[in-house]
Write a protein that binds this ligand. Sequence first.
Ligand SMILES: NC(=O)c1ccc[n+]([C@@H]2O[C@H](COP(=O)([O-])OP(=O)(O)OC[C@H]3O[C@@H](n4cnc5c(N)ncnc54)[C@H](OP(=O)(O)O)[C@@H]3O)[C@@H](O)[C@H]2O)c1
Length: 295
Amino acid sequence: MAAKIINGTEISQQIRNEIKAEVVRLKNNHNLVPGLATVLLGDDPGSLSYVGGKEKAAVSLGIYSDRHDLPAGTSEAELLKLVDKLNHDPKIHGILVQLPLPKHIDENKVIYAIDPRKDVDGFHPVNVGKLMIGDPDFLPCTPAGIQQLLLRSGITIDGAEVVVLGRSNIVGKPITNILLQKKNGANATVTICHTGTRNVASHTRRADILIAAAGKPKSVTADMVKEGAVVIDVGTTRTGTTQEGKAILSGDVDFAAVKEKASAITPVPGGVGPMTITMLMLNTVKAAKLSRGLV
Ligand SMILES: NC(=O)c1ccc[n+]([C@@H]2O[C@H](COP(=O)([O-])OP(=O)(O)OC[C@H]3O[C@@H](n4cnc5c(N)ncnc54)[C@H](OP(=O)(O)O)[C@@H]3O)[C@@H](O)[C@H]2O)c1
């Protein structure tokens, strides 16, 4: 039987409705307006589109948006000065520096300079550490979105065998850390695979939940998937452009074949993608609440 398609656009909209209501409540009850600053260096079309999407989402949810588009040649010192200013700005609760940064800037230095209480990406070592010990303030957005997709689709994570393809700091490692916690909506047995893994398929075939975040188009084939598994495809590789100039995206999963074997699957686009910005908005609202001791 063909798999249930997990609709990320729909689930993302549900969460946005909840955020919108919470933003109204915070304004009415606490005179608090969550504020998000975005910082972009250069004019990479992908990054411009992400930052534009974040600004649009913030405005549509009643979140104050403060956008800083800087030239690609901005020095590290200038960028750090701006981060410091935003760290001290009471209207700003979340700071998002769009990655990747140009080569002349030390990315880690910039991430470490963001006040962890405003680190709504969840990339600062304080927040990475807090997630690891099971006491997170901010979950990184894409992994948080994956957990929500699973929970809101009624998929049991507790006790599941989860296999993650990819060990990056933005997807593979944090989703592993989220799902292995001894908590409701987690408590899974998680295996993480990478390019050093011998026989990746021997792991993926055991997975009740398979999360593909390798960035290798269509590399997860039906023979690698257990009958009835849940398959989450994080991959978004640009494989071309439409005549209208829109990017054509390919997931890591051979969707057409795997959907005949899985019990549930996310499409690309329309699966994990729409969740990421929504979770950033959720983190911004949480940062605002934390700033007033409202959590
Ligand atoms: N939808 C969204 O919002 C969203 C957000 C973030 C990322 N993404 C997409 O998700 C994908 C992964 O992103 P990323 O930033 O995590 O990528 P990344 O930093 O390039 O990491 C890729 C990881 O996959 C591993 N890998 C590569 N080939 C593999 C294979 N055949 N089997 C198992 N593991 C393999 C790599 O192993 P090594 O460590 O050994 O090199 C690495 O750990 C990309 O397509 C990206 O565009 C989507």
